[in-house]
Design a protein around this ligand. Structure first.
Ligand SMILES: *Cc1c(COP(=O)(O)O)cnc(C)c1O
Ligand SMILES: [Zn+2]
Length: 419
């Protein structure tokens, strides 16, 4: 049973009943009128607590059903999402120079990124609304994730991606049977097209920034993180939660999950958020440093999942970082590339560029005194490295090519050691 009570506009404060509006506040429009799902936390405290969670056999994001805006459980697609591993990574912590470092491997979701948490909810809502088709615009992962969940649920999809999306992500879309428009333009242009097509054809809109339900799926990553800390590192919780930022939905969702765990009495102290962007696309960093409004910019970074020049969830993400007394940092593409083998070799986790950007972000934040060496950090590793093989190869170099002869190996490794 869900304790979802309705939606509240983050701009004007108007409240709506659960089925009164589906996307944004009609009074404020889609730029400002972002809605936030509300729950009856008083009653939730009785059903979500240490004892009930410990006794819950469901090891997926649906273990938090009372905290999700789902009315009809029968519409939940049968594709396992969530309860991804949380690792305590001491060698990575030593390398970075922090007290403790956790890695939450979101690449272990069914379509290999964090976006599955949002798509799962999107598909449930679309089924509840009896939608005939779902659409989204995406830098790649939201698209492949929607395609996967829509396939599991049997709903057709139409997807808009920018031409520069990595090939592996486009291959996923086609394999899952989505109708794919590869837009010869930026993600921002793909986004506008998708919005217009959704309005014109009545397709259900899975764009995270204007669909308030999706972020509710995203928040489950930190509900899990906090619950898992208690077993992975009893008594320790992160001082910082590190998230790479494009549109801003992921970090806003992460913050909502943390606040809810705190509200339910399951997290003693709220961590701070570190939002990580790329040097070539850092609208959040600029606005945060200069205390100014959002100024959309160009998107020039190899980390395609965070190449978002016009973030669509600016307010929620900025508020999250400010409320947490956190910070935004930007890192170079070279630092992002270096982080791919670093994370793989020190923690055994292979991430795509946006997935590992947090590792580079921690190094920047340590160098500038934002994070202290005595503090602990948790990285949300948002996407699997096989999503973008081109960047992986650039980061790790080539294999040693040999003729099939022992002599070649001896030449390469030197004299054998006598045993
Ligand atoms: C989408 C995505 C992000 C950023 O999420 P936003 O909600 O756009 O801020 C980060 N990493 C990966 C792998 C993603 O797919
Ligand atoms: Zn409003």
């Amino acid at each position: 049973m869900s304790y979802f009570t309705g939606l509240r506009c983050v701009h004007c404060g108007r409240e709506y009943n659960p089925d009164e509006v589906e996307y944004f506040c009609p009074a404020c429009g889609y730029h400002d009128g972002i809605l936030d799902a509300q729950y009856d936390y008083e009653s939730l405290r009785k059903v979500l607590n240490h004892a009930s969670l410990a006794a819950n056999p469901d090891l997926s994001m649906w273990r938090y059903l009372p905290l999700l805006p789902v009315q009809d459980e029968s519409s939940i697609p049968d594709l396992h999402v969530g309860w991804t591993p949380l690792y305590d990574a001491p060698r990575l912590a030593a390398e970075l120079g922090v007290a403790l470092c956790w890695v939450k491997d979101e690449g272990r979701n069914p379509t290999a990124s964090f976006k599955d948490r949002a798509s799962a909810i999107g598909v449930v809502r679309a089924l509840e609304q009896r939608a005939e088709r779902i659409t989204c615009a995406s830098t790649g992962n939201a698209a492949s994730s929607l395609a996967g969940f829509a396939a599991a649920a049997g709903i057709p999809t139409t997807i808009f991606v920018p031409a520069r999306a990595p090939e592996a992500k486009i291959a996923q879309l086609l394999v899952y049977g989505a109708q794919v428009f590869c837009v010869q333009g930026t993600y921002d242009e793909a986004w506008e097209l998708c919005m217009q097509a959704s309005a014109e054809f009545g397709w259900y809109n899975r764009n995270c920034a204007i669909n308030p339900y999706l972020i509710e799926g995203k928040k489950t990553v930190t509900l899990e993180l906090i619950e898992q800390c208690a077993t992975v590192t009893p008594g320790s919780y992160p001082d910082w939660v590190v998230v790479s930022v494009g549109d801003g939905c992921t970090i806003a969702g992460a913050w909502k999950g943390l606040r809810e765990m705190h509200l339910l009495g399951l997290l003693p102290r709220l961590p701070r958020l570190l939002g990580v962007q790329a040097d070539g696309c850092q609208p959040f960093v600029t606005a945060w440093r200069t205390h100014t409004a959002l100024a959309p910019c160009n998107a020039d970074t190899l980390a395609d999942s965070i190449a978002v020049g016009h973030p669509r969830n600016f307010r929620k993400a900025m508020d999250a970082v400010l409320e947490s007394h956190g910070a935004f940092v930007a890192v170079s593409d070279q630092e992002i590339l270096d982080s791919i083998p670093l994370l793989a070799r020190k923690a055994g986790v292979f991430g795509e560029p946006a997935g590992v950007a947090g590792v580079a972000g921690i190094q920047r934040a340590l160098a500038s005194g934002i994070i202290l060496r005595s503090e602990s950090v948790a990285i949300i590793m948002t996407g699997n490295g096989l999503k973008d093989i081109q960047s992986a190869i650039r980061s790790a170099g080539r294999a040693i090519s040999i003729r099939p002869e022992m002599e070649e190996i001896r030449n390469a490794v030197g004299e054998p050691i006598a045993v």
